[in-house]
Write a protein of this length. Structure first.
Length: 97
């Protein structure tokens, strides 16, 4: 009976906790990358730099789609964010086209 108390393997709860910690850190990194891309895009729009804004928008769209594909962000969240960013781009540079 004493051997059962001193077993060497991890319990399933410990394993799940370790897995969730790894996922939490990975999700945090992806979300942070999305926020950074969004800030770069907004900064380019505020500077009225259409070329930089277009490049930043493409990068942001890629980051958001990646997060959705990995299950980190919900598809409606991604759709809403992309819609708002495209709307900002179109409103800002409507006269330039």
């Amino acid at each position: 009976m004493a051997d059962e108390k001193n077993k060497t393997g991890k319990s399933s709860a410990e394993k799940r906790h370790a897995q969730s910690e790894v996922r939490r850190l990975r999700n945090k990194a992806v979300k942070s990358a999305c926020r950074t891309s969004a800030k770069k895009f907004v900064a380019a729009v505020q500077k009225k730099d259409q070329a930089a804004a277009k490049d930043a928008l493409v990068a942001l769209q890629s980051e958001l789609d990646n997060a959705q594909r990995k299950g980190i962000l919900h598809r409606n969240t991604v759709a809403r964010k992309k819609s708002r960013m495209f709307k900002l781009y179109n409103v800002t540079f409507a006269s330039a086209n």
